[in-house]
Design a protein around this ligand. Sequence first.
Ligand SMILES: Cc1ncc(COP(=O)(O)O)c(C=O)c1O
Length: 395
Amino acid sequence: MDYQFAERVNKLRSSAIREILQVTEMPDVISLAGGLPAEELFPIAEIQAAVNQVLEQGEAAASLQYGPTEGYLPLRRQIAGIMQERGVSCSSEEILITSGSQQSLDLLGRVFLNHGDTVLVENPTYLGALQAFEVFEPRFKAVPTDDEGMVPEALERAIIEYSPKLVYLVPTFQNPTGRSMNRERRWAVAEILRRYQVVLVEDDPYSALRFEGEELPCIKSIENDRVIYLSTFSKTVVPGFRVGWMVGDPRVIGSMAKCKQGADLHTNSLVQHILARYLQETDSPAHVARIKAEYKRRKDAMLTALAREFPPEVTWSLPEGGMFLWVQLPEGVDTGLLLAEAIAEKVAFVPGKAFFVGEGGENTMRLNYSNSSPELINEGIRRLARLIKPHLDVA
Ligand SMILES: Cc1ncc(COP(=O)(O)O)c(C=O)c1O
């Protein structure tokens, strides 16, 4: 059968990460590639208790019924409480529960992007956002970004030049780099959004996972009107629930909800009820504290191993939270080629090029520390170091 797919489908790139993950799912590969939370830390007993409560305490029928597109109201109220802690006052009308933040990105594309509209992004940026938006055939323009996040002056110039529909940022513990935008820049970006009346999508799955350094305000807490804020329970509870949320102007939420009806009517009712019970009945901040302590231990193990094993020409980011760090090799080293050798040695990472819009990034890699024990991280970095050295000699 010769299928006649829509033109936009033929243009889509597949996720380099998904392809790599297929290889790395082999049991004896040390995978520093994926973006998976540590499953040893999943709160399974607490979730089991929440499941029992939902199904045994008069809530069973409601949890198995169709529900409102905007999401289960008690959960939206709990999310309003979480937002309050993040410095944002919002009502439940400003919250839409989605099937993970990933769905928010897709719905934002549906609501905002016409063919040819410009989206300004960091370079590198979250690959899943590029994939979600790409279906709507926008133009991506990369704005210069350094260790302290997107450069505000460069953002202003890009806004004047391209009149973007959206700016997309992961300001805190970014995927893929682990870097955060500094405090001054957050205020500067908020001021630019106000001045030029531009909408920012602030994607924030990781700020709850800060294990060191000073708290930074989300940009939404500085400039409420121009910011659509996304977050998720994937990193603080479990990703398999597929529950995230969006906070925005009720007019945006209304349009998003219309598109969500077409996509899936609403996020899984049973899971929303279970999550609401879980948040009500357990000490979830204590659980997040345990995750942070363990990720810090793993991040420190990776930094120690990098300092010991990697050649001095190689540099890396120093994340204060989140799940990733970013490695920069000398110009001329191709981490795509290195990956093939690494897989033969049963260690995997994601070559950085996949996260770039346009040229660049061949000599970079993303390493994940949340999903491997310190022992495996040590061994993985030792193997990578052995493979990198010959590449430096020819670079
Ligand atoms: C920056 C960023 N946004 C969104 C997502 C998607 O998260 P969710 O599991 O909530 O769909 C991820 C997941 O890794 C991410 O890193």
